[in-house]
Design a protein around this ligand. Structure first.
Ligand SMILES: [Zn+2]
Length: 278
């Protein structure tokens, strides 16, 4: 389905708010670390027979992250790795973060490791940065507080947040969409899944545009580690939104103007409202 041009142009130009993202690596690493960085679910090193390149995310990296490094699209894994190895992680961040077209990065600093913090993210991207706090961190603080846990959790939650954003919803994005419709304060974040689903991200985006009210869906990359992920989330989201929304327009279900207006909501407007960005 070719994207209608005004809609595709608009989506390509949206200055995104990446509402849930982590830092990029600060220290050099070997190919094994890189391939492990393309895997979210396995906390162990990948098996010897396995490769992070032989995944939807690995294919998406070769398709979309090769050209910004001066390589041809779909370059072979070894060629990609060799070119990547010529640059430091900081240099890679200075290629990929500005290219993401993100105006505001809301950084979850709660994960361990030698990864970029707020100053490095601001410097490499040229965008604005802010810090966000996950509910798990609230739970940890409540557990450490003296007295009743439930009361401490409620108090901490009330002090720190009134809005809930459901993260990492895959494969429950439809359930999350139902909850977003059922509760005023529940929102649905599309991060992580889009990167890891690669060529199937479009189908995921289509499912988020079912029950969830459009003002309850938020874009993020949920990138962590390889700077490619900070860029790839944006590329795949824009391509998926353009394909899905242009499909609605082509079938006469939506007007193109409506599709253009809706694209801004998960892309930036909803996050600006939820996080009160000026
Ligand atoms: Zn995360």
């Amino acid at each position: 389905m070719p994207a209608t041009s005004a809609l595709a142009d608009h989506i390509a130009g949206i200055r995104l708010v990446d509402n849930h993202v982590h830092g990029y690596w600060l220290t050099p690493g070997d190919r094994k670390r890189f391939e492990n960085g393309l895997n979210e679910a396995n906390t162990e090193p990948l098996a010897d027979f396995d490769s992070g390149f032989d995944t939807q995310l690995g294919f998406a990296v070769r398709a979309h992250c090769a050209p910004p490094l001066g390589l041809s699209k779909h370059v072979d894994p070894q060629g990609y790795w060799e070119r990547r190895s010529e640059l430091t992680e900081d240099q890679l961040a200075r290629v990929f973060l500005p290219a993401a077209g993100v105006s505001d990065w809301l950084v979850d600093t709660g994960l361990p490791g030698a990864i970029a913090g707020l100053p490095e993210m601001a410097d490499a991207s040229g965008g604005a940065v802010g810090e966000i706090v996950r509910l798990e961190q609230v739970a940890e603080q409540a557990a450490a507080a003296p007295g009743d846990y439930v009361e401490a959790f409620r108090r901490t939650l009330h002090e720190r947040t009134k809005t809930i954003v459901l993260l990492h919803c895959y494969p429950y994005e439809r359930e999350a969409g139902y909850l977003a419709q059922a509760f005023n304060n529940v929102h649905l974040d599309v991060g992580l899944s889009i990167n890891h689903l690669g060529a199937r991200a479009e189908a995921f985006i289509a499912r988020t545009l079912e029950l969830a009210p459009f003002r309850k869906i938020l874009y993020s990359s949920d990138a962590f580690g390889p700077a490619e992920l900070h860029y790839l989330g944006s590329v795949l989201w824009r391509a998926g939104m353009a394909a899905v929304l242009s499909g609605f327009v082509a079938r006469g279900q939506w007007s193109e103007n409506d599709a253009i207006a809706v694209a801004d909501l998960p892309g930036r407007d909803n996050a600006r409202r939820v996080y009160r960005l000026s």
